[in-house]
Every structure is written in structure tokens, then in C-alpha cells.
Design a protein around this ligand. Sequence first.
Ligand code: FES
Length: 117
Amino acid sequence: MAWTDYSSAPAPGTPVCEAARVDGVLSLTVTTDRGAFPMLLVRTGGGLRAYVNACPHQYLPLDWRSDRLLSADGTMLVCSAHGARFDILTGEAAHGADCGLDPVPVSVVDGTVVIAG
Ligand code: FES
């Protein structure tokens, strides 16, 4: 499923948060007139990544049971409901799930993370 398939997907250009807030993994909800859109922002060695915060298995937020979402080596996002793992750089399923997280394009404009197009 593409992030734009969510009815609450924000329009390109929608501000998400201050980029400085993203230290490790940040779970937040972007609310627009389209509704509430749950997101995970991740600071990686390869730059900022963003995903829809809905695991492809149960459509639960990954932090449903715990806010400890990074694997010990920092390379994987871990669903707190049953431990499935997703590559932090791509969202692809690495273990315990058939499909991956839905990436959301973001960019940083004047220190603010915004939805990219
Ligand atoms: S409950 Fe989230 S991946 Fe299984």
C-alpha cells in the first residue's frame, strides 16, 4: 500500500515537526483537514526517513505496546506487538512480516520536516 492510499495522507508541503526533534525514532500524528495520519520519523546515517506508523501485519502502530522501536544494533525498526523487523533505511520487512512499512517522502525546509511530493 502506498502512503497516498491512506485517506488521511497529508498534502505535499504539510509541516510535520522541527527536524531537531528527530533523535532516533519519533512517533507522531500529523492532523490536517484530511484526518489524523500516524507517522514514524527516523534519523539514520543515510538521512531522515519517514514511514506510515502502521505495521503491515495488524495495522497497529509499531509503538502500540512499547516505545522502544529500534533494534539493539540500530538498523531495524521493531513492531512492539509481535517483534517483526523492518529495515530502517527502506522499511522493507526483514523478519516476521510479509511486507514492509510504507515510506513517506519528507524533506527538511528551514529546519522543519515537511511532506514531500
Ligand atoms: S503485529 Fe505488527 S508486525 Fe505483527
